[in-house]
Write a protein that binds this ligand. Structure first.
Ligand SMILES: Nc1nc2c(nc(Br)n2[C@@H]2O[C@H](CO)[C@@H](O)[C@H]2O)c(=O)[nH]1
Length: 234
C-alpha cells in the first residue's frame, strides 16, 4: 500500500481508468467489469479491480483538480506499475460546434499552471496523449453513434473562473473544452514513460449555459467508459 492507496501489491492492473468521482468508479466497475472487487477506499477515493472481456483493469477515482490526480497517478505508476492510464471524465464545452452529450478525445491539454510547472521553469511543455491509445479511441468511437471531437482541451485550476479573458483566448485558439485533470496526467505519463489519454463527455457548456440533465449523465458516461475499455485493449 502507499500513502494514499490501500491496495495490496498486485491488486492494481496495468490498465487503469481514472474518473474524478469515486462513485463513478464504483458505477463503472459494477456496470462493466466482471468479478469487480474493491481494492481501495482510503479517504473514500474508491478503486476497483476486475476484468473486461478477459482483460484485467482497475478503475480508480482521481479526485477533482490536478494536485489530487497527481497524487493518485504518481502512486499508481511508481508503486503499482500502472502502464496505461485513461482519464474518463466530464468537461465544459468551449466551442459552438461542441454540444452537450458529445465526447472529446483530448490530443493535448493546455494549462496556465500545473503541479509540474515548477520543474519546467521556462519550458512550455506540451502535455500530449499517447498516439496509439488516442487512435484506438477514435476508431472505437467511430463505431458508436456518439458525436466525437478530437483536439486540445484546457486543464484549469479553477471551476469558478475569474479570468474570462483567458477563456476567450482558449476559445480563439480552438480549445474544445475545459476540465481540471488531464494535463498533469499527460505530463506524469511522459515523465514515467507510460501511456495516457483523456476521454471526456461534455456535461455543460460555457457559451450556451446548457447542462446535461442528471438522467442523461449515466448514458453518456457509459458510452465513454466503453470507448476507454475497448481502446485500452485494442
Ligand atoms: N473548470 C471546469 N471544470 C469542469 C467544468 N465542467 C466540468 Br464537468 N468540469 C470538471 O468537473 C469537475 C468540476 O465540477 C472538475 O473535475 C472538472 O474536471 C467546467 O465548466 N469548468
Amino acid at each position: 500500500m502507499t500513502v494514499h492507496i490501500g491496495a495490496k501489491p498486485g491488486d492494481i492492473a496495468e490498465t487503469v481508468l481514472m474518473p474524478g468521482d469515486p462513485y463513478r468508479a464504483r458505477w463503472a466497475a459494477e456496470t462493466f467489469l466482471q468479478d469487480a472487487k474493491l481494492v481501495n477506499e482510503v479517504r473514500g477515493m474508491l478503486g476497483f479491480t476486475g476484468t473486461y472481456k478477459g482483460n484485467r483493469v482497475t478503475i480508480q477515482g482521481s479526485g477533482m483538480g490536478m494536485p489530487s490526480l497527481s497524487i493518485y497517478a504518481n502512486e499508481l505508476m511508481t508503486e503499482y506499475g500502472a502502464q496505461t492510464l485513461i482519464r474518463i471524465g466530464s468537461c465544459g464545452g468551449m466551442q459552438p460546434h461542441v454540444a452537450v452529450r458529445d465526447v472529446i478525445i483530448a490530443m493535448s491539454a493546455t494549462t496556465i499552471t500545473s503541479p509540474s510547472s515548477g520543474i519546467f521553469k521556462e519550458i512550455n511543455f506540451a502535455p500530449t496523449a499517447d498516439y496509439a491509445l488516442l487512435a484506438a479511441a477514435v476508431a472505437v468511437a467511430k463505431g458508436k453513434n456518439t458525436t466525437t471531437h478530437v483536439g486540445g482541451i484546457y486543464s484549469s485550476d479553477v471551476f469558478y473562473s475569474e479570468r474570462p479573458d483567458l477563456d476567450e483566448q482558449m476559445v480563439r485558439h480552438g480549445i474544445l473544452g475545459v476540465e481540471m485533470e488531464a494535463a498533469e496526467l499527460y505530463t506524469l505519463a511522459a515523465r514515467h514513460g507510460r501511456r495516457a489519454l483523456a476521454i471526456l463527455t461534455v456535461s455543460d457548456h460555457l457559451q450556451t449555459g446548457e447542462a446535461l440533465p442528471s438522467e442523461d449523465r449515466e448514458k453518456t458516461f457509459g458510452d465513454m467508459v466503453e470507448i476507454a475499455l475497448d481502446a485500452a485493449f485494442t
